[in-house]
Design a protein around this ligand. Structure first.
Ligand code: ATP
Length: 463
C-alpha cells in the first residue's frame, strides 16, 4: 500500500490535502492525472447507467438540504458509529464491532478490552494507548458519534442556523422524487441517478482514500412496485449490472472482486437485502459498493416529515402506492483506489523490470503519447505536432513527448498507464509509410496509416 500511496503522489494522481501545511487527515487532492482518471470513471458510470438507459434519469441536487431532511431520514438520530476514547491520551477510535469482549487482566477485575477486536486502531496507535497500570480501564465503553458535519447557514447564531453537509447523495434523490416524476415521462419501474460529494466526519479515516471525510458517491435509486416477491429480480438485475460495469466498463480484475451478502444483524432495519461487492485491497478485502433493497422506508419517512404525499399513481392498475427501491451505491474514490490497485503491474521487458499501470483505454487518464523520433528534425516535429493537436481536438487527453531516447519515453508512458505510444519516424514523413503504434501491455508494435490513427484509437477507447 505504501508503494501505491507514494506512486500516486509521484505521478500526480493523489496528494494529501493541504500538503504544505502537513496535510489534513481524511482529505485528499487529485492531481493532473488523478482528476482526469476520476472524471473518466464518472463519465463511464453516467454513460452506462444514465445515457444508455431509457429507464434512468439524472439529478444534481444541492449538497446542503433543509435540515428537516436529516431528521426525517433518521440520520440526525442514527447516522453514527460507536466510538471509544482513550481516557489518558484522549485519542478516539471507531469501535469496529458493536459488541466488545472484556479482558480480565488483574484478578477478577475487568480493566480493558481486547483492542484488536474492538477498535479500529493501527499497531502504531495501539502503542500510544498506555497499559492500565492504575488498574482502571484505559478505554471508555463505546458511545455513539454522529458522523454528519455541521455547518451554519445564514447569519443567526442560534440553533436555527445549524445545517449539515450531506453524508450521502441518496436523500437528495428521495426529496426530489415527486419533482422528477412530475417533470419527466418516467413510469415505475424507473431510476434517478446522482453523483457528487458526500461528507462524513469519520472517527478514524483510514487506508488512504478508502475511508475519507470528503468523498464522492455515484448512486441510483431505482423505484419499483411494492410487494414481497417483487424486489428480488430487480435486486438481481442491479447486482448483475453493477458487476458488468466494474468488470467490462472499468476493467477491474475479476479475481479481486467478490460478493458479500449481508445477513440479519448486518442489515439496516429497513432493508430487505443488501449485497456488497468487495474488492481485495492490499490492506484486506473490503466493501467497494453496496446494492441494497431498501423497501419504501425513505419515501415513507419523507412523506411523514414533509406532510406531502410521495405516492405514485399506477395508471394501469389504478392503484396508489409508495414505491420501494433498489439502491446501487458506489464511492468514486474507493473505485479509483481499486482501479489503481487492479492496474498496478510488474513484468520484464528486454531483461529489465518494468512497473506499469494497466488502465483500460476507456478510463486511462492519458490515451496516447505522440513521439517524434528526434526532437530536432522539423519535418518529424511538424507531423507529430499536427497529429497531437488533431487528437486533442477530437477530445482525447494526449501527451507530446520529444525528450530522450524512445525506449525511455516508452517507460515514462508505461509508468502513468498510457495505453498507446505513437511514433513518427523518417518513414512516416519520407515514404508516407504511416506511424507505429505500440501497445503498453504487450509492447507489440504495428504500423498503420496516419489517417487511421483516430479510427484505431476510437475503437480501442470508445469500443
Ligand atoms: P463503510 O462500512 O465502509 O463505512 P458504508 O456501508 O457506511 O461504508 P454506504 O453508506 O453504504 O457505506 O456508502 C456507499 C458507498 O460509499 C460505499 O460502498 C463506499 O464506496 C462509499 N463510501 C462510504 N463511506 C466512505 C468514506 N468514508 N470514504 C470513501 N468512500 C466511502
Amino acid at each position: 500500500m505504501e508503494e501505491i500511496v507514494s506512486l500516486c503522489k509521484r505521478r500526480g494522481i493523489i496528494f494529501p490535502s493541504s500538503d504544505i501545511y502537513n496535510g489534513y487527515a481524511g482529505f485528499f487532492d487529485y492531481g493532473p492525472l488523478g482528476s482526469e482518471l476520476k472524471k473518466n470513471l464518472k463519465d463511464v458510470w453516467w454513460n452506462h447507467f444514465v445515457t444508455q438507459r431509457e429507464d434512468v434519469v439524472g439529478l444534481d441536487s444541492s449538497i446542503i438540504h433543509n435540515p428537516t431532511t436529516w431528521q426525517s431520514s433518521g440520520h440526525l438520530d442514527g447516522f453514527s458509529d460507536p466510538m471509544v476514547d482513550c481516557k489518558e491520551t484522549k485519542l478516539r477510535f471507531r469501535a469496529d464491532q458493536l459488541f466488545y469482549a472484556p479482558v480480565i487482566l488483574q484478578g477478577s477485575r475487568v480493566i480493558s478490552f481486547t483492542f484488536k477486536e474492538v477498535i479500529d486502531a493501527t499497531p502504531e496507535e495501539m502503542k500510544l494507548i498506555p497499559s492500565p497500570a492504575s488498574g482502571k480501564p484505559t478505554l471508555t465503553a463505546p458511545r455513539d458519534f454522529n458522523l454528519m458535519f455541521e455547518t451554519r447557514v445564514g447569519a443567526a447564531v442560534d440553533d436555527s442556523s445549524v445545517a449539515y453537509l450531506r453524508p450521502e447523495t441518496a436523500q437528495g434523490i428521495f426529496i426530489n422524487f415527486k419533482n422528477v416524476l412530475n417533470s419527466s415521462r418516467q413510469k415505475i419501474p424507473f431510476g434517478i441517478a446522482q453523483m457528487g460529494k458526500a461528507f462524513r466526519n469519520e472517527i478514524t479515516p483510514r487506508n488512504f482514500i478508502f475511508r475519507s471525510r470528503e468523498f464522492e458517491q455515484m448512486e441510483v435509486e431505482y423505484f419499483i412496485p411494492p410487494g414481497d416477491d417483487v424486489w428480488e429480480p430487480y435486486h438481481q438485475k442491479w447486482m448483475d449490472a453493477s458487476k458488468d460495469f466494474l468488470l467490462n466498463e472499468i476493467g477491474l480484475r475479476e479475481d479481486l472482486i467478490a460478493w458479500d451478502v449481508h445477513e440479519g444483524n448486518k442489515l439496516a432495519h429497513y432493508a430487505r437485502a443488501c449485497t456488497d461487492i468487495t474488492f481485495k485491497f492490499p490492506f484486506g478485502t473490503q466493501e467497494l459498493m453496496g446494492i441494497a433493497a431498501r423497501g419504501n422506508y425513505d419515501l415513507t419517512q419523507h412523506t411523514e416529515g414533509s406532510g406531502k404525499s410521495l405516492e405514485y399513481y399506477d395508471e394501469e392498475t389504478k392503484e396508489k402506492y409508495i414505491p420501494h427501491c433498489i439502491e446501487p451505491s458506489l464511492g468514486v474514490d474507493r473505485l479509483l483506489l481499486a482501479v489503481i490497485c487492479s492496474a498496478y503491474a510488474e513484468d520484464e521487458v528486454g531483461g529489465e523490470k518494468r512497473n506499469f499501470l494497466k488502465f483500460a483505454p476507456k478510463i486511462a487518464p492519458i490515451k496516447a503519447v505522440i513521439l517524434p523520433l528526434l526532437k530536432n528534425k522539423p519535418q518529424l516535429v511538424e507531423v507529430a505536432r499536427n497529429l497531437f493537436e488533431k487528437l486533442q481536438k477530437r477530445g482525447y487527453n494526449v501527451q507530446y513527448d520529444a525528450a530522450g531516447a524512445v525506449g525511455r519515453r516508452y517507460r515514462r508512458a508505461d509508468e502513468v498507464g498510457i495505453p498507446f505510444a505513437i511514433t513518427i519516424d523518417f518513414e512516416t514523413v519520407e515514404d508516407d509509410a504511416g506511424v507505429t503504434i505500440r501497445d503498453r501491455d504487450t509492447t507489440e508494435q504495428i504500423r498503420i496509416p496516419i489517417d487511421d490513427v483516430i479510427p484505431y484509437l476510437s475503437k480501442a477507447i470508445d469500443g
